[in-house]
Design a protein around this ligand. Structure first.
Ligand SMILES: C[S@@+](CC[C@H](N)C(=O)[O-])C[C@H]1O[C@@H](n2cnc3c(N)ncnc32)[C@H](O)[C@@H]1O
Length: 278
């Protein structure tokens, strides 16, 4: 597979890196008339959309790198999986690593109850750990990432060790290296977070495992599913509903935050055995 982007110090290819440089290189190679040729070929509206998408991506990427510098961590970028060392058979079904933006995560968390002190937050496909770090500002009992790319696990563990903020409310953070399809959920109340990690068949397996775990040990569980590309919400939402386990909560539409590469479509579900037996 052809790689675009740069290989960074950690040895991972980052597609976000050097986006402007790549655009300038195309101009240099094909000449200054290239933009006009593209507008003729694709039409003004499609060309404007393309430029808009790229400008938005660059702004979000800058903000992500600024957030990283402020916290002494490395969570930015679009990291392709093809060159990474992946655990298990599901590499081709995984999506590249792009982290949830801080503003999007804060917006999603407003839909969850304030008292989460008995719950474990689990990010399925936790990438470089940005979401784990953001979750540490809420009073969870523990925060767990599950990630199958070994290089990303190593970066995430360094980030967790480096990250310190006076407003952190949970310091029990760790990453499990492994395929999410083989992950066994802990017996505590849960908040299970998915940000577009993989294809539907892997998701179905993880969801079946979660439902089996909740049947065996009934406990409160929230599932958050977010997606910004691949329209994954369109199959994830019906799959979660069809499990017959969860009720979907009414949530406000996510605004288009500047620190997000794209607006996130998301849904929040709850399983509460106490309200079921009432
Ligand atoms: C879109 S990123 C989300 C990153 C993180 N959850 C966040 O919101 O910041 C998807 C991540 O899922 C991981 N992934 C994909 N398939 C996986 C699998 N079967 N098991 C574990 N991790 C997986 C990828 O390596 C990637 O880091």
């Amino acid at each position: 597979m052809a790689m675009t982007g740069r290989q960074d110090r950690q040895g991972v290819y980052d597609r976000s890196s050097g986006r402007l440089g790549r655009a300038l290189a195309v101009l240099r190679e094909r000449g200054p008339m290239e933009p006009f040729r593209l507008v003729r070929q694709h039409g003004l509206r499609e060309s404007a959309r393309f430029v808009g998408r790229n400008v938005r991506h660059m702004i979000a990427d800058r903000l992500a790198r600024r957030w990283d510098r402020a916290h002494g961590v490395d969570t930015a970028g679009s990291i392709q999986l093809a060159m990474l060392d992946v655990v298990g058979p599901n590499r081709d079904k995984g999506n590249e690593c792009v982290c949830t933006s801080p503003k999007s995560f804060g917006f999603i968390m407003k839909n969850l109850p304030r008292d989460l002190s008995d719950a474990t937050f689990i990010d399925i496909g936790s990438g470089k750990s940005r979401t784990l770090l953001l979750a540490s500002h809420y009073p969870f009992k523990a925060i767990v990432g599950v990630e199958f790319a070994r290089e990303l696990v190593a970066i995430a563990r360094r980030n967790i060790a480096a990250y310190r903020s006076p407003s952190q409310m949970c310091r029990t953070l760790f990453v499990v290296e492994g395929d999410a399809a083989a992950y066994a959920f802990p017996d505590t109340p849960l908040v299970v977070y998915f940000y577009n990690p993989f294809s539907k068949d892997v998701f179905d397996t993880v969801l079946d495992n979660l439902v089996a775990s909740l049947r065996e040990t009934p406990r409160r569980c929230f599932v958050v599913y977010g997606s910004s590309s691949h329209q994954a919400i369109d199959w994830a939402r019906p799959a979660i509903r069809a499990s017959g386990m969860f009720e979907e909560l009414a949530v406000p539409r996510m605004p288009g935050f500047f620190d997000a590469v794209r607006r996130i479509d998301y849904a929040v579900f709850r399983f509460d055995p106490a309200s079921r037996s009432a």
